[in-house]
Design a protein around this ligand. Structure first.
Ligand SMILES: [Zn+2]
Length: 95
């Protein structure tokens, strides 16, 4: 399988994400991770596109870590970030 370059993503809240197009940089696709829908041509045809997969991974990570509710949260335990579950989830998410 061809490795996809990681896109730029922005969380819009309420399960909505803006995922940058990999074929047209600067163009963003709005993804509804909660409903499994993407605004790109493939997504409009009901195809499970990469934008949706990425948005769902990011959404899962946000939900698991409550990052949406507290974006400025500072870790209080002395766990090295690179060994934390959060980092591993992120590394998986962004390859
Ligand atoms: Zn898409």
């Amino acid at each position: 399988m061809v490795r996809q370059p990681k896109p730029r993503m922005k969380a819009l809240g309420n399960g909505l994400y803006l995922v940058e197009s990999t074929s047209k940089p600067g163009i963003g696709h709005k993804v509804d991770a909660a409903r499994g829908k993407c605004g790109c041509p493939a997504g409009r045809w009901g195809k499970r596109c990469h934008h949706l997969v990425w948005a769902e991974q990011m959404d899962t990570w946000y939900r698991a870590h409550g990052a949406m509710a507290a974006p400025a949260a500072v870790p209080t335990r002395p766990v090295p970030f690179r060994e934390s579950a959060g980092y591993k989830a992120l590394a998986e998410c962004f390859g």
